[in-house]
Ligand binder design. Structure first.
Ligand code: MN
Length: 373
């Protein structure tokens, strides 16, 4: 039997705002375009017949003209090699209402681009390749892999679906639910899933995968950065290819055991690299040099070692009555009493945090620590 080769991707989220990446958000946004182009190069190198996109190609329904133009470049590269692109809208780039997919000619008039744009169109038949590609663009509460009429005029059947595999206690029943039993009994030769941002291979006799996002989208992703290369035929095979570059890690530091800034810096730096987004969560009670220390200044100093660094200070600052009576000068004592009163009587959590920070910084300054500001 003739072979069909394809790339399966989903959840590129082009145009993602990346708010948590502060000043590098823009860089991360344009990096997604590089990843899309990298996918095109791999598709061309592997000489595939199709690129399947299982939802959330765009992060929102109003992508900029710049992004649309970049997507047109992607299409041009692939169509020059006669590669067909089949797109299923997802939850972020839904095809309901005034869909972006009905607005731009790259989706409506390009003969290499096929979009499941409405509830009526749920299959595309490619007679020359003997394959049917199925997709339900807005399944809502019903399964996105059911309700298709198998086309018996072709050899191969691929379903694109954007939804949640149902795992007890983990998935939302109303979020386009996909049951393992429905996958097992599907007529498809391959089911290309989207919606989850991590790569996931489903255990079934029917090949079924979440490709996950080809690049890191959210902070908590541990297994993203893949696309899937598939080959249907006598020797069908499906393999993930790693294309993403960014990683994320989360480090909790109990500050109670750290008294020196240099010691803290060593802990934050450990294993850093330019593709790593690291979130530092400081907790415990501050002591020594760390009282009143300016962490945003520290972040700026260490930023160049990472793709991005987030330092969240959840640690507390406690003055024992003991140290208070023994070591405090009269000015420190007055300052401490006034701020303590403000904290006690604060009308909102925001004010309380503000006064606590002021108390900490003030005490540090009055004790001669000039690193505070
Ligand atoms: Mn998504």
């Amino acid at each position: 039997m003739h072979e069909i080769k394809f790339i399966h991707t989903s959840d590129l989220h082009l145009g993602r705002k990346y708010k948590y990446l502060g000043e590098v958000a823009h860089k991360a946004q344009s990096h997604l375009i590089d990843i899309m182009m990298k996918i095109a190069s791999i598709a061309i190198e592997k000489k595939v017949d199709f690129v399947f996109i299982s939802g959330d190609l765009f992060d929102n329904e109003t992508p900029s003209s710049f992004l649309i133009a970049k997507f047109m470049d992607f299409v041009d590269l692939l169509s020059a090699k006669n590669i067909q692109i089949v797109i299923l809208p997802g939850t972020h780039d839904s095809s309901l209402g005034s869909s972006l997919y009905s607005k731009h000619s790259v989706f409506t008039e390009n003969k290499h681009v096929f979009v499941f744009i409405d509830k009526i169109t749920n299959k595309f038949i490619f007679q020359d390749k003997s394959i049917a590609v199925y997709g339900n663009c807005y399944p809502g509460k019903s399964s996105p892999i059911l309700g298709f009429q198998r086309d018996s005029s072709v050899n191969y059947h691929v379903i694109l679906a954007h939804g949640s595999l149902q795992i007890e206690g983990k998935s939302d029943k109303n979020d386009s639910p996909i049951l393992i039993s429905d996958i097992d009994s599907s007529f498809a030769d391959y089911i290309a899933l989207g919606h989850w941002h991590n790569y996931y291979s489903i255990k079934s006799n029917v090949p079924c995968f979440y490709s996950g996002s080809p690049e890191l989208i959210d902070k908590d992703q541990i297994n993203s950065g893949y696309i899937i290369y598939g080959c249907l035929g006598d020797n069908s095979k499906f393999e993930p290819i790693h294309v993403g570059e960014r990683r994320f890690d989360d480090i909790k530091i109990d500050i109670s055991n750290v008294t020196k800034i240099t010691e803290l810096i060593q802990k934050i730096k450990k294993g850093s690299d330019e593709n790593l987004i690291r979130r530092i969560d400081l907790w415990g009670t501050k002591k020594g040099e760390l009282i009143g220390f300016n962490f945003s200044k520290l972040k700026e100093e260490l930023l160049s070692l990472f793709y991005y660094l987030i330092i969240e200070d959840h640690s507390s600052f406690i003055l024992s009555t003991n140290s208070f009576s023994k070591n405090f000068s009269s000015i420190e004592k007055i300052y401490y009493e006034r701020l303590s009163n403000l904290i006690k009587n604060a009308s909102s959590q925001e004010d309380k945090e503000k006064y606590s920070r002021a108390l900490e910084m003030g005490i540090a300054l009055l004790s001669g620590n000039e690193d505070v500001i």
